[in-house]
Design a protein around this ligand. Structure first.
Ligand SMILES: OC[C@@H]1[C@@H](O)[C@H](O)[C@@H](O)c2nc(CNc3ccccc3)cn21
Length: 601
C-alpha cells in the first residue's frame, strides 16, 4: 500500500498530512463544501470531491421511506464520492435532535427541554447511544446535535431544543455526546475529535455561541453581554463538549454585541480553536454566509472570505455550491483567503473523517436496520417521558392529593387538542422541519396510552372539544391535554406565550363540571391564568414527550413517581420576560427547579 492515508494502522495525523499533500485546491475546497441531498448528483460528488451532504428538515428519499431506503440513498452518494480521484468518503448529516426524527418509524425521544427536567446525565448518554444506532442504521454518519444553547428567554422559538435556562443543567446534559460518539479513553488528547466506532455518529454541538441569549429571544438576533457573561452563561457547555471529544461545532446565526458569529474571528478562532483547543471542525449553519450581507447573499465573495477567514471550516452552502466553490477558488487564487487557512480547515475535516473510521467503513451496516424504532429504544424513550414530567399542582387541598388517578375508575373523559395527536406531542423537527399533526409516524398518543392502561371495565370517552351535552355526563374524572402546535426556529418566536387553540377555555369548561387533571404539551412554559390553575385538581407540564405516550400514564396512574423539576422558570405573565433566577424582580409562578412528587419527604 503506497499511500499512508490509506493505511488504517498509520497515525491519524500522518494520514491527514499525507492526504492533504496530495490534494488539489479544487479537492480541498470540495471537502469544505456541504450540499443538500436534493441538489446532489453522483457526477458532481465524484468530480468535485464534495465533503458532505445533508438532509434538511423533512428532506427524505420519499414519504415513509424505510431505513433500508435511507441506507440505499446514502450508500449511493458514498459510492460516487469514493470514485473521486483520491476516494475521500463523504459524511452525510441530519438533525437527529430527539431520535432520528426525519425517519418514519424511528423512536422519538422527548425534546431537550423535557430532558432538562430530568437532570439525568446517564439518561442523556443512553439516549445518545440509542440515537446514534438509529442514525447509523439509516447509513447516516453525522448528527447535528446536541443543541447546547442556554435559553434565557422562552419567547425564543428554539426554547424546546434547549435543556434549560440554567447553564449548569445544560453542562450536565452534554453527556449525550458520549452516547452519540462514544466515550473517549481517559488519556485521550484534549480537544481532539472522538468517534468510537460504527455504532456511533459524528456529533455537532450547536450553535456557538450565545444563540439562547438574544434580545427578547428573537431568533438569529443579537446577544448583548460582556465577554465574561457570554463565557460563563453560554460558552461553558462548550468546554464540556470539547472535553468529551465533540467532533464538530456549528456556528450560530446570532450575533454577539452586534458582531455576527459567522464573521467573528475572535470567537471562532482565537477563543474556540486557540484558547479552548478545539481540533475538530467548525461548520456553518444553513445559508448562514448569505446572511452576512443585505440583501442576503449579495457580494457572496465577501461573505465567503469573511466567514472562512473567521474560522468556518465546512460551509453548509447548501444549494448554490458551484458558486461557492468558484468564489472560494477565486479568493484563494487572489490571496484574500490564504492557503494556510484552507489547509487548516481541510485538516480538521479529514481528521474527523479518519477518526470516524469512514475510510475503513464508508458504507452502511445493514445489520442495524431493525434497530430503528425497536422496543428497547421505545422503552428508553418511555423512561425519559416518565422522568421529564413536572407536577405543578396535585389537589385543591394538598392534604388531599388528586393524583395518582384510578385506572379502574368507572368512566373517564379525555379531552383537548393534544390528547390524541402524535404530531403535536412530538413537536418540531419531527418528520418535517417544523413537525406536523396527527399520525405522522409510529407511536402512542396520550389517549392511546390511557385506553391501553385503563381497567377492562373502565369506560374511556374521548371528545376533543367537549360539548355542554358531553360535559353533562357522569365521569369519575377528566384528563384534558392542551398545548402548542409544532414549530421550528423563527416560526416559533412568540411574544404572547398563552395556551393556543383556546386551551385555557377547554380546561375551564371541563374543570367547572368534572374533577380534572390538565396536561400541557409545550416547548416552554406558557401563561397559566390563576382562575384556570385554581379550577383544575392537578396540573402537569409534559413538554414535548415524543412517540411514547405510555410514559405519561405510567406516572399519572401511579406506577412511577414524579421526578421532573422545572428546567425553565414558569413566569406569571409575558411582561415579566426575560426573567431568570438572581434577578431582583424574580417573581415566578413556579421557580426554576420546582416540581411536586407523590411522596411528601
Ligand atoms: O438542518 C440543518 C441546520 C440545523 O442543524 C440548525 O440547527 C438550524 O439552525 C438550521 N436551520 C436551517 C434552515 N432551515 C431549513 C429547514 C428546512 C428546509 C430549508 C431550510 C437548517 N439548519
Amino acid at each position: 500500500m503506497d499511500c499512508t492515508y490509506k493505511n488504517p494502522n498509520a497515525p491519524i495525523e500522518d494520514r491527514v498530512k499525507d492526504l492533504l499533500s496530495r490534494m488539489t485546491l479544487q479537492e480541498k475546497i470540495g471537502q469544505m463544501t456541504q450540499i443538500e441531498r436534493s441538489v446532489a448528483t453522483p457526477a458532481d460528488l465524484k468530480s468535485f470531491s464534495i465533503g458532505s451532504i445533508l438532509s434538511a428538515g423533512g428532506s427524505v428519499p420519499f414519504q415513509k421511506a424505510l431505513p433500508a431506503d435511507w441506507a440505499d440513498m446514502v450508500d449511493k452518494f458514498q459510492q460516487a464520492a469514493l470514485e473521486s480521484r483520491l476516494g475521500i468518503p463523504l459524511i452525510y448529516g441530519i438533525d437527529a435532535v430527539h431520535g432520528n426524527n426525519s425517519v418514519y418509524g424511528a423512536t422519538i425521544f422527548p425534546h431537550n427541554v423535557g430532558l432538562g427536567a430530568t437532570r439525568d446525565a446517564d439518561l442523556a448518554q443512553r439516549i445518545g447511544a440509542a440515537t446514534a444506532l438509529e442514525v447509523r442504521a439509516t447509513g447516516i454518519h453525522y448528527d447535528f446535535a446536541p443543541c447546547v444553547a442556554v435559553c434565557r428567554d422562552p419567547r425564543w422559538g428554539r426554547c424546546f431544543e434547549c435543556y434549560s435556562e440554567d447553564t449548569n443543567i445544560v453542562r450536565k446534559m452534554t453527556s449525550i455526546i458520549t452516547g452519540l460518539q462514544g466515550k473517549p479513553p481517559a488519556d485521550y488528547p484534549k480537544g481532539y475529535p472522538f468517534v468510537a466506532g460504527r455504532n456511533n455518529v459524528i456529533a455537532c454541538a450547536k450553535h456557538f455561541v450565545g444563540d439562547g441569549g438574544t434580545e427578547k429571544g428573537i431568533n438569529e438576533g443579537n446577544t448583548i453581554l460582556s465577554y465574561d457573561d457570554l463565557e460563563s452563561i453560554h460558552m461553558a457547555p462548550y468546554l464540556d463538549c470539547i472535553s468529551q471529544g465533540v467532533s464538530t461545532i456549528m456556528a450560530s446565526y446570532s450575533s454577539w454585541n452586534g458582531r455576527q458569529l459567522h464573521a467573528d474571528h475572535f470567537l471562532l478562532t482565537e477563543i474556540l480553536k486557540d484558547k479552548l483547543g478545539f481540533k475538530g471542525f467548525v461548520i456553518s449553519d444553513w445559508e448562514a454566509l448569505d446572511r452576512l450581507t443585505e440583501p442576503r447573499g449579495s457580494n457572496y465573495r465577501y461573505c465567503i472570505s469573511t466567514a472562512v477567514n473567521a474560522g468556518i471550516d465546512m460551509v453548509m452552502v447548501p444549494l448554490r455550491y458551484k458558486q461557492f466553490m468558484d468564489d472560494l477558488t477565486f479568493l484563494v487564487e487572489s490571496g484574500e483567503v490564504l492557503m494556510s487557512r484552507i489547509d487548516d480547515a481541510v485538516e480538521r475535516i479529514l481528521r474527523v473523517k479518519f477518526v470516524a473510521g469512514l475510510f475503513e467503513y464508508p458504507f452502511s451496516d445493514r445489520s442495524l436496520l431493525d434497530i430503528v424504532g425497536c422496543k428497547l429504544h421505545r422503552e428508553l424513550a418511555r423512561e425519559a417521558v416518565r422522568k421529564s414530567l413536572v407536577l405543578l399542582k396535585n389537589g385543591k387541598n394538598p392534604e388531599n392529593p388528586f393524583l395518582p388517578l384510578d385506572r379502574t375508575a368507572k368512566r373517564i373523559l379525555v379531552a383537548g387538542s393534544h390528547a390524541d395527536n402524535l404530531g403535536y406531542q412530538c413537536g418540531g423537527w419531527t418528520s418535517t422541519w417544523f413537525g406536523g399533526s396527527g399520525r405522522i409516524t409510529i407511536g402512542t398518543t396520550i389517549l392511546d396510552a390511557i385506553r391501553e392502561s385503563a381497567g377492562d371495565k373502565t369506560e374511556v370517552i374521548y371528545d376533543e372539544y367537549p360539548s355542554t351535552n358531553t360535559l353533562a355526563g357522569q365521569y369519575s374524572f377528566a384528563i384534558v391535554v392542551v398545548g402548542e402546535p409544532p414549530y421550528a426556529e423563527t416560526l416559533g418566536d412568540n411574544k404572547e406565550l398563552v395556551i393556543p387553540f383556546n386551551g385555557s377555555d377547554i380546561i375551564s369548561s371541563v374543570a367547572d363540571k368534572i374533577p380534572t387533571l390538565a396536561i400541557l404539551i409545550s416547548g416552554r412554559p406558557l401563561v397559566l391564568e390563576p382562575q384556570v390553575l385554581e379550577k383544575v385538581d392537578a396540573f402537569i407540564a409534559a413538554w414535548l414527550p415524543g412517540t411514547e405516550g405510555r410514559g405519561v400514564t405510567d406516572v399519572v396512574f401511579g406506577d412511577f413517581e414524579f421526578e421532573g423539576r422545572l428546567p425553565m422558570t414558569w413566569f406569571r405573565s409575558n411582561d415579566q420576560l426575560p426573567m431568570n433566577p438572581g434577578q431582583n424582580s424574580y417573581d415566578p409562578l413556579f421557580p426554576l427547579g420546582f416540581g411536586l412528587t407523590y411522596n411528601k419527604e
